[in-house]
Design a protein around this ligand. Sequence first.
Ligand SMILES: *Cc1c(COP(=O)(O)O)cnc(C)c1O
Length: 387
Amino acid sequence: MRRIYMDNAATTPVHPEVLEAMLPYFKEGFGNPSSIYQEGREARKAIEAAREKVAQALGAESSEIFFTSGGTEADNLAVLGVARANAKKGNHIVTSAIEHHAVLEPCHWLEKEGFRITRLPVDSGGLVDPDDVRKALTGSTILVSIMHANNEVGSIEPIEEISQVCREAGVLLHSDAVQSMGQLDVNVDKLGVDLLTATGHKIYGPKGTGCLYMRKRTKLQGLMLGGGQEKRVRSGTENVAGIIGFGKAMELAGAGWKERSEHMLPLRDRLIEGLLEGIPYTELNGDRHRRLPNNANVRFKFIEGEAICLRLDYLGIAASTGSACSSDSLEASHVLLALGIPIEEAHGSLRLTLGRENTAEDVDYVLEKLPGVIESLRAMSPLYPGH
Ligand SMILES: *Cc1c(COP(=O)(O)O)cnc(C)c1O
């Protein structure tokens, strides 16, 4: 049966050009980049070329790029690394209630070590108010970490304005740009960030690859201790093929974000309008306009998102409820709850995230199948008024 993949916020297929670029490094290009002979020197050269591509995609310098095993490691490195290197200056960190767990969990860990964490609320659209950031800053604040775009509801945060606030106060700003990469202009100078997270597998690159951008002269303590690779920030023999693939994926994302978003935006709008108009008791999660061009997230009252996803899977459609990361737990998504959505409604949420391969026919197929799925699930729900 034909499969329609609409969970591109969870992961994406590897781009053919990315795979092509990686293959030689599983074969003759197997050298250890720290070795001084030819095989090693060639691997080193390839890594540095990839670093240059990543830097160019972000408007950064290559010396400011540190390769990691992905978004989770880069987020951990930013939060824990800045906290540990700057603990003498202060012990306060500001973040938001809707960050990815890869930011929230290290913050929670630091709290147990004596740091103070402020988790800013968001409005009903999922947006942080820069004025709230200003009010939260104290003399002991060492880091603000606010994501560029949210992985569940797609809200695009006002990072430029938040950066102004942080600059005035002399506080470092980290932003998780895992979801905005390849969909928005992710330029570290335009955004005004000091640290930024990117990952490969959400932008048609390989899993287990990514980077932390760190502005020159930022103080940070590495998490991995060992051979001192990546200028002692991230020890461990480099994932050469992965880094090459990540470099290619970042190059394509940096050059192609406009084209990709122009492709997805009309599909997203057709999907959102179709769902809201075609199915009763349905509401949009997140801001209607300040959202990623690939994100449609709605909630259907009286039913469970998990049941919807299973039915859709059976019909050949891959989608997720709330967040893929929380779909194996029964807790409602912390993001949807932070938007003020009642817990029982949050459970009825469905996230459809488009990718470069989706077409108008895909959207029409989903819009054709979903009303029947929702209707039949509601027919079994004791909560449904039409029951
Ligand atoms: C997927 C994701 C991460 C984690 O990245 P991995 O590479 O899967 O570790 C972090 N932040 C956001 C916003 C994400 O969507």
